[in-house]
Write a protein that binds this ligand. Sequence first.
Ligand SMILES: C[S@@+](CC[C@H](N)C(=O)[O-])C[C@H]1O[C@@H](n2cnc3c(N)ncnc32)[C@H](O)[C@@H]1O
Length: 347
Amino acid sequence: MMQLTIHDIAFGGKGVGRSDGLVVFVPFVIPGETVNVDLKRKKKNYAEANLVSVETASPDRAIPQCPYFGRCGGCAYQHIEYPAQLAIKAGQVEQTLRRVGKQTEVPMRPIIPSSKPYGYRNRIRVHVIEGVIGFYALDSNNLLDIEQCPIASGEVNERLAGLRARRMPDGDYTLSEQRKKGFFEQTNNDVAQKMLDLVGTLLTPGGSLVDAYCGAGFFAQHLRERFDQVVGIEENEYAVTHAQSHAAPNERYLAGDVGEHLARVLTETGETSLILDPPAAGVTESVIQAILDSRPREVIYVSCNPGTLARDLARLTPVYRLESVTPLDMFPQTAEIEVATHLILRD
Ligand SMILES: C[S@@+](CC[C@H](N)C(=O)[O-])C[C@H]1O[C@@H](n2cnc3c(N)ncnc32)[C@H](O)[C@@H]1O
């Protein structure tokens, strides 16, 4: 047992304290708090601890709305008032771009909040094992039986109740407001719309839009009227078929790897605005190289992982000026962060 003062929150949501020079990570705490913790695991450079009690509470401490909070592996921040959650996430983005991305100037814009801090998820994925229906417990492979998920919408929770009323075979089940289509779709409708509006205001109209990692054309189809031509690149064939079936005459979609197609597409399009919205791993070296060779006039890089975003921006910013960085709170109560960055080709 030891007492710590928390001075930061690391990615993933754990608080950071120090004891005798040792960095200690502890969940469910807030910067500024003094807490009593129980050492769980000690490594060479850091330790992990469980929270035992809060000695001095932060004014930002909130009452979690979920009875499973603290045991469920899904949420990390229900104990923090929503405005303070937003400030923590915005600070993490800025610090990561400075430390990992080696950016001396980080032109942060205010974080875009979710109008619903709870009840925002339009789908959840639950697991069924021998009659237990729910999510995996924190830091564990044990399944936690869940009756309701307060970050999911009412409709999704009705589907969960329906699933629980039946005897379901073991497996994973996606419970969604919409019919499952077999490709990536945004999870928080309100923040997804705000992200579309933001990207729409950032981009220069006219010329070509290349939407790389386009899914079913989420950005491309919203923005197509502002460009002479739109090209989407996506490896999921269901998404490409869906996008193509809703395409306007100035819009086309390529099925395949962005790393393989981007260089050619960029040489075929002139006056190009490029959107990158890759998975958490970020983009590959061939994508970076295609951009550095063809130099589209601007890049919107949307990321769900500030670490890989920072790594990729460090490669692009010798040629591109980082114009703006806007975090979006797509997943309130969780440690997940979404960021939209705008890069403009230097003179
Ligand atoms: C974060 S999602 C974004 C999708 C879309 N922009 C949207 O907002 O709905 C990333 C997308 O990249 C696709 N993807 C992943 N790796 C890829 C690759 N190497 N080449 C092309 N698409 C890829 C995934 O199938 C997924 O649809």
